[in-house]
Ligand binder design. Structure first.
Ligand code: SF4
Length: 378
């Protein structure tokens, strides 16, 4: 079955309405293919997988919020293609989400219990926020249960846990010294089921969407690194994909936020950029349809997606202390004198992604274009 058939059936079923055009949806599938490192020939398969998921039993997703600011929920609901994001959300059964659901109190808790009972063993549990473990977890209770109890009760029913945002993935701000609530991460509590970490403050919404689409297309989670982060998004350092990298290599640094170097877009390393120690897709994929990201806007990377970044990387506006094994960055005062093979990599990283996305979008537009009657007969 081709993507067109899929989309026609979607339209007949009222799934694609005025919020999501055929073209918009296929372009979204194209962007997801690029994000996941797949060929553009996968675009129809991605569209089909989402459609099949709607036809069949939609996977049950329970989204829990503990010690958090709801920043990841905010980020996800403002994804690059919010209307398409909404459509993908409709491909799952979001059975519980404190910020988004209409139900409250007893009704809401009952909905969660029913979803767990009906889908036991198959529930995807998204967790936002850290879990306070001190004093039996009394610092975060919902419906009379501690966050710790809620997670432990849900674990037997879960297929996998997605720890979204740095607080859930690594403990984040609540875990920062002196950690008054004894905050821990999801993987500190969940021992029997797979945990996938999607750190960031907030996490990039497209990455979360990519994990969901990967699961719908392949029926499994994407490959992870040794910190349980999806490799397609966390496989490279920000420093190696940053457009300011040639200035680092040339020894051109911003020394204060209003100096000549700042106006010229020089490297932010000496005003505290943590890009050399941070693995994330921000520089290459960017935010808001590739429009920008903090370093492009003139602010150093704070390393928000790294473990214990509040303790390790503060004060934020001071340069990273020199440390052993820190590679070329150890020579930040000498760069420009040494030949660095990576020069230019940063500047092209986003361009490569942009080029691939444009190509995938053109392919999507071809797929979305209705065929001419006589061009079919030959
Ligand atoms: S130190 Fe920061 S601003 Fe400079 S090249 Fe690396 S990531 Fe970019």
């Amino acid at each position: 079955m081709g993507a067109l058939d899929v989309l026609e059936r979607w339209e007949r079923a009222g799934f694609l309405d005025d919020r999501v055009s055929r073209r918009e949806f296929l372009k979204f599938c194209g962007r997801m293919a690029v994000l996941l490192g797949l060929s553009e020939t996968m675009i129809p398969r991605i569209a089909e997988a989402v459609e099949n998921t709607i036809k069949a039993r939609r996977p049950s997703v329970i989204w829990l919020e503990f010690q958090d600011c709801a920043g990841n929920t905010e980020s996800f609901t403002r994804a690059n293609s919010p209307s398409v994001g909404q459509a993908v959300l409709e491909a799952i059964s979001l059975d519980y989400h404190e910020t988004l659901m209409a139900a409250a109190g007893f009704q809401a808790e009952q909905a969660k219990e029913e979803a767990l009972k009906e889908n036991s063993g198959k529930v995807i549990v998204v967790v936002e926020g850290s879990i306070p473990a001190k004093d039996n977890g009394v610092y975060c209770t919902i419906g009379g249960k501690t966050a710790l109890q809620i997670l432990q009760e849900i674990e037997p029913h879960a297929l996998a846990f997605v720890a979204v945002g740095t607080c859930a993935a690594f403990g984040g701000l609540p875990k920062a010294n002196p950690n008054p609530t004894g905050a821990v991460s999801v993987e500190d509590v969940i021992k029997q089921k797979p945990v996938i970490n999607v750190p960031g403050c907030p996490a990039n919404p497209d990455v979360l969407m990519g994990i969901l689409v990967h699961y719908l297309v392949f029926g499994r989670l994407p490959d992870l690194d040794n910190q349980k982060r999806p490799l397609f998004a966390y496989g490279k350092r920000i420093h190696d994909t940053c457009e300011r990298r040639p200035h680092f290599d040339a020894g051109q640094f911003v020394l204060s936020f209003d100096d000549y170097g700042a106006r010229q877009g020089y490297c932010l390393y000496k005003v505290g950029c943590k890009g050399p120690e941070t693995y994330n897709i921000c520089a290459a994929w960017r935010w808001n349809l590739g429009a920008s990201w903090p370093v492009k806007a003139g602010h150093p990377c704070l390393g928000c997606s790294e473990r214990d970044f509040w303790d390790r990387f503060t004060p934020f506006y001071s340069r990273i202390p020199l440390m052993s094994g820190f590679g070329v960055e150890k020579r930040a005062d000498d760069v420009g004198k040494v030949a660095v093979g990576l020069t230019g990599i940063g500047i092209v990283a986003h361009a490569i992604y942009t080029g691939l996305v444009r190509k995938a979008e053109r392919k999507a537009e071809e797929l979305a274009e209705p065929s001419e009657p006589d061009s079919q007969e030959s």
